[in-house]
Design a protein around this ligand. Structure first.
Ligand code: ADP
Ligand code: MG
Length: 364
C-alpha cells in the first residue's frame, strides 16, 4: 500500500471476462446447473450427464431438446446473446431459466467447450468448438495452434436430434481455483449429483441420469414414467419417500401456490438437511424460508434432527425478482413474511394431522 494516488487504468477485456466468468461459474456444479437449465429450456425429456474428476476434467451433458440452428452457432458463447429475452419487460413474464446469454459465454472463458447439436429440420448434426466467447477450430481448441482463420465454420457431423455439450478442463486458466477444487473432486462430484437430484425430482417428467466416467452404476437415474413420489423414491430412496407427506397451498389473496413433500416426524436426519426449494421451477435458496420451516420442525423433532423438505412455489412473475444474484441462486418475492407464515402453518397442520405433538413449548 502507498499513500500516493495511483493511476486508474481500464482492465483489459480478457481480465474483465475472466472476472465475470468467475462470478457465474463458481464451481463445477454451478456450470452444471446452467447446462441443465439450458437443456430444460430446450424442451428436453431426456438429460444425461457424465462427469470426470468432479466435473473439472469433463462435464458432459446430452439432451434430446430442440437443438441449436446452424446459423446460431457463432453466437452461442457470445456474451449477452440469447434466444430467450428481447426487452427488459420480458423479464417479468419469462418462463425460461436463461435470459442473459451469459452462462456459456462465461464458461468459454474458463474452459474448453465443444458442442454437437442437431435440430429436427437439419439433415445432419454440426460440431462447434468455443474459446473466449467465440467459435474456434478444433486445432485451437486442443491447444495445438494459436492461429485462427478469419472465419471459423462449424463442421457437419453424425448426431441425433438434440445437443451434446462437453466442457473440458474447467478452470485450466484460473490456477488458484483449479488448485482449490482439485483437492476436493469427490466433494465436487457429490455437489453435482445433488444438483442433478434436485432438478430430477422437480422435473419428474424428464428422465435424468448422471454418472462418473468409467462407472457402471448411475448416481442418479430416473425414468420419467412415474409420479413425483416415484421419482423422489428413485433419487433419495424408499426410506425417505415412505415417510413423506404431501402438502399443497393455493392462496388467492397472497397470490401464491405451493406444492411439495415434507417428511413426517418418523423421518429423522442427523447430518445435513434435504431442503429443496423451487420458485417458478427455478432451484433457489431462501434463508428465511429454510430457517422458519426448520424452526417449525424443531418443535416436533428431537434436537439437531432435520427434515426432508421439497417445496415448489408458483407466484406471478411480476412478484418475483430472479435477477438479484450473479448465479440467480437467490430470489426476492413479494409478501415474503405472510407467505412464509402461511407455509409454516400448513407444515404444522400436516404434522399434527399425523399425530405429531409439540415436544417443546415455544414462544412463536
Ligand atoms: P441463456 O440461457 O441465458 O440464453 P446461455 O449462455 O445459457 O444463455 O445459452 C445461450 C444460447 O444457447 C441459448 O439462448 C440457447 O439458444 C442456446 N442453447 C444453449 N444450450 C442449449 C441446449 N442444450 N439446447 C438448445 N439450445 C441451447
Ligand atoms: Mg442458459
Amino acid at each position: 500500500m502507498t499513500n500516493k494516488p495511483r493511476k486508474i487504468q481500464k482492465l483489459s477485456q480478457n481480465v474483465i471476462n475472466k472476472i465475470a466468468a468467475g462470478e457465474v461459474v463458481q464451481r463445477p456444479s454451478s456450470a452444471l446447473k446452467e447446462l441443465i437449465e439450458n437443456s430444460l429450456d430446450a424442451g428436453s425429456t431426456q438429460i444425461q450427464i457424465l462427469l470426470q474428476k468432479g466435473g473439472l476434467k469433463l462435464l458432459q451433458i446430452r439432451d434430446n431438446g430442440c437443438g441449436i440452428g446452424f446459423n446460431d452457432l457463432p453466437l452461442v458463447c457470445e456474451r449477452f446473446a440469447t434466444s430467450k429475452l428481447n426487452t427488459f419487460e420480458d423479464l417479468e413474464t419469462i418462463e425460461t431459466f436463461g435470459f442473459r446469454g451469459e452462462a456459456l459465454a462465461s464458461i468459454s472463458h474458463v474452459a474448453r467447450i465443444s458442442i454437437i447439436t442437431k435440430t429436427k429440420d437439419s439433415n445432419c448434426a454440426y460440431q462447434a468448438f468455443y474459446s473466449e466467447g467465440r467459435l474456434v477450430t478444433e486445432e485451437y481448441h486442443l491447444g495445438r495452434t494459436k492461429q485462427l482463420p478469419q472465419k471459423v465454420v462449424p463442421r457437419p457431423s453424425a448426431g441425433v436430434n438434440g445437443t451434446q455439450i462437453d466442457i473440458k478442463d474447467l478452470f485450466y486458466n484460473v490456477q488458484t481455483r483449479l488448485k482449490s477444487f482439485e483437492r476436493s473432486t469427490r466433494e465436487e462430484f457429490l455437489k453435482a449429483v445433488q444438483v442433478v437430484s434436485q432438478y430430477a425430482v422437480n422435473n419428474y417428467k424428464v428422465a435424468f441420469s448422471c454418472k462418473r466416467v468409467g462407472d457402471k452404476a448411475f448416481k442418479v437415474n430416473t425414468t420419467a414414467k412415474g409420479d413425483q413420489l416415484d421419482t423422489i423414491s428413485a433419487v433419495y430412496g424408499n426410506n425417505i419417500s415412505k415417510e413423506l407427506l404431501k402438502i399443497e397451498i393455493d392462496d388467492q389473496d397472497l397470490k401464491f401456490r405451493m406444492n411439495g413433500y415434507i417428511s413426517g416426524i418418523n423421518y429423522r436426519r442427523i447430518k445435513g438437511s434435504h431442503f429443496i426449494l423451487f420458485f417458478n421451477n427455478r432451484l433457489v435458496e431462501n434463508r428465511a424460508i429454510k430457517k422458519s420451516i426448520e424452526y417449525t420442525y424443531s418443535m416436533y423433532l428431537p434436537k439437531r434432527m432435520k427434515p426432508f423438505v421439497l417445496m415448489s412455489f408458483k407466484i406471478p412473475g411480476e412478484n418475483l425478482d430472479v435477477n438479484i444474484h450473479p448465479t440467480k441462486r437467490e430470489v426476492k418475492f413479494l409478501n415474503e413474511e405472510q407467505i412464509i407464515k402461511s407455509v409454516q402453518e400448513m407444515v404444522k397442520k400436516r404434522l399434527e394431522e399425523t399425530g405429531a405433538t409439540q415436544l417443546f413449548a415455544t414462544t412463536n
